[in-house]
Design a protein around this ligand. Structure first.
Ligand SMILES: [Zn+2]
Length: 398
């Protein structure tokens, strides 16, 4: 058994013994967590509304100041600001840990009227509560607790972005830059399903738009001279659907299609939006090649393809698996069973993982209904998951 592994075992033993205490402490904090969570949910923050998202950023900034975080606010035009907060100080040679989350939601302003924040039937309800305001609150509570207990022996960098739900274009460079400083990245996205599994793999995500230009004509008077963009695109859709290879983890979904103007006009234009998911980074080129190789069947039509893979897959690396095992051991000490899952959905963890930084995802709240009207967090999971997050920030000895 190698030295590092023995060190890790000793570490796990030592923190397993106080994992239970951590859990008790977090249960005692639950009301405070709920107060902050209510504030954040009630500050609605749809990705496209900079003013609204920034209000939510302000509230979190205030909380971080209280806890003792060192803040850097990265202003963004047209998007909400990004909040980088550093807590604690690491010793020499100890890399920081990164906590990664987002403050934007998919919910428009005013959603609260029909989906008010409430705690009912063992759940916490409200727009964005699961994805991922609860995750943000849990991260702050975990860090605060470790600071108060003087147990934060390494620096923690919390990065909260404001454009995750719309592709993270404004935040990706900063996310990648900070991640590269860090030992590992913990993503505060919701855990998987009601079992609350941590996510060790996520598919990569691509978007393609396929445009077809045909030749318009009167469908009665001049039918033979028309070249239908719709007929051409319909044929291409069949070809594109064939790009799916389930065994390889590649799915290709033509999600929208539009074209034409009237039933008595041979359509001059049509277009389709396609969502692509890949499990392996190496398949990006494979799929892209097939899109680029699409050729028209009707030579009077013109076909163009835009797009590509914009989130690389988060593959299950050995380092990520090791982090998961550490989490599962700690969970066991706290009295619950932690499962592991892979998902087709992307997150900002895809970016950090693709850089080779060990990334564990789904470390936020347990619940269901993200992006749906029944979005909710399971109340009794709040304290244990916060305690687990805190335990995962403790520094292994040796
Ligand atoms: Zn999310």
């Amino acid at each position: 058994m190698c030295f590092v592994f023995t060190g890790l075992l000793m570490f796990l033993e030592s923190i397993s013994s106080d994992a239970v205490k951590l859990l008790d402490d977090m249960r005692g904090q639950q009301d405070r967590l709920l107060d902050l969570l209510k504030d954040l949910v009630e500050l609605e923050s749809p990705s496209h509304d900079k003013v609204a998202v920034d209000r939510c950023v302000d509230r979190v900034e205030k909380e971080c100041t209280r806890i003792g975080g060192r803040m850097r606010r990265h202003r963004r035009k047209g998007f909400g600001d990004l909040l980088e907060v550093r807590f604690g100080r690491g010793g020499r040679g100890v890399k920081p840990m990164m906590l990664l989350g987002h403050l934007d939601t998919v919910w428009e302003l005013g959603t609260l009227k029909r989906m008010p924040f409430k705690v009912e039937k063992g759940r916490i309800w409200g727009p964005g509560v699961l994805d991922m305001k609860a995750g943000v609150v849990m991260a702050l509570a975990a860090v605060e607790h470790l600071l108060e207990a003087k147990r934060l022996e390494r620096q923690v960098i919390l990065l909260l972005v404001s454009d995750e739900e719309i592709g993270s274009t404004a935040s990706r460079p900063l996310t990648e830059k900070l991640a590269q400083e860090c030992e590992a990245v913990y993503v505060l996205e919701p855990a998987q399903g009601l079992a609350g599994a941590y996510k060790t793999a996520r598919k990569g995500v691509g978007q393609y738009t396929v445009h077809v230009e045909g030749v318009a004509a009167h469908s009665g008077v001049d039918f033979e001279n028309g070249h239908s963009a719709i007929a051409e695109l319909a044929w291409q859709v069949g070809v594109i659907e064939g790009f799916t290879e389930l065994r390889r983890g590649i799915t290709v979904n033509v999600g929208t299609i539009e074209g034409g103007t009237r039933s008595n006009v041979v359509a001059a234009k049509a277009r389709a939006e396609v969502d692509v998911r890949i499990a392996k980074a190496a398949d990006e080129a494979r799929v892209d090649y097939r899109f680029r190789k699409l050729r028209v069947r009707d030579e009077r039509c013109v076909l163009t393809v835009e797009g590509g893979v914009n989130r690389p897959p988060m593959e299950r690396t050995r380092e990520t698996a090791r982090l998961f095992r550490q989490a599962a051991t700690l969970a066991e000490a706290m009295g619950f069973d932690l499962q592991e899952a892979a998902t087709g959905g992307g997150s900002d963890g895809n970016f950090t993982s693709a850089l080779g930084v060990p990334t564990l995802d789904g470390m936020g709240a347990v619940g269901e209904g993200a992006h749906a009207v029944h979005e909710s967090v399971v109340l009794k999971e709040l304290a244990p998951r916060t305690a687990l997050l805190a335990a995962m920030l403790l520094k292994p000895e040796g």
